[in-house]
Design a protein around this ligand. Sequence first.
Ligand SMILES: CC(C)(COP(=O)(O)OP(=O)(O)OC[C@H]1O[C@@H](n2cnc3c(N)ncnc32)[C@H](O)[C@@H]1OP(=O)(O)O)[C@@H](O)C(=O)NCCC(=O)NCCS
Length: 104
Amino acid sequence: MLDANAPVFARVAEVEGRLAGFSLSVLHEGTWVDAPICYLEDLFVDPGCRGQGIGRRLIDDLIALARSRAWSRLYWHTREDNPARKLYDEFAQADDFVRYRLQF
Ligand SMILES: CC(C)(COP(=O)(O)OP(=O)(O)OC[C@H]1O[C@@H](n2cnc3c(N)ncnc32)[C@H](O)[C@@H]1OP(=O)(O)O)[C@@H](O)C(=O)NCCC(=O)NCCS
């Protein structure tokens, strides 16, 4: 994410100059759309800073970036029972895709 030419990037949230959370994302192309797609790979807020709206603002930040840079889509995965879904459900309805994964 420190490589300006890499499709991976991070956004950070600061509270009084201290790192409070971050989002890690990957921009990639798609075959159904012309504009880049943003995959939010990880969202993390310092346990001592949770419940103050930082997670919501980190997602809002990506939405604002997507709009200003004309990306076509923003998406992320989470576990079915992740309590953070309460937050995610405010942004979009989860779809019915199921992930298959092979490890190498
Ligand atoms: C998920 C996470 C980023 C949310 O960050 P946050 O700053 O606490 O979220 P917010 O304060 O913006 O939460 C917004 C709303 O979602 C709810 N919420 C968020 N995470 C929650 C959790 N883990 N349990 C219960 N409610 C949660 C909050 O209650 C809040 O609702 P409210 O405004 O009605 O009170 C944070 O909990 C985290 O880092 N978790 C560990 C890592 C993780 O699970 N990441 C996501 C992987 S997909």
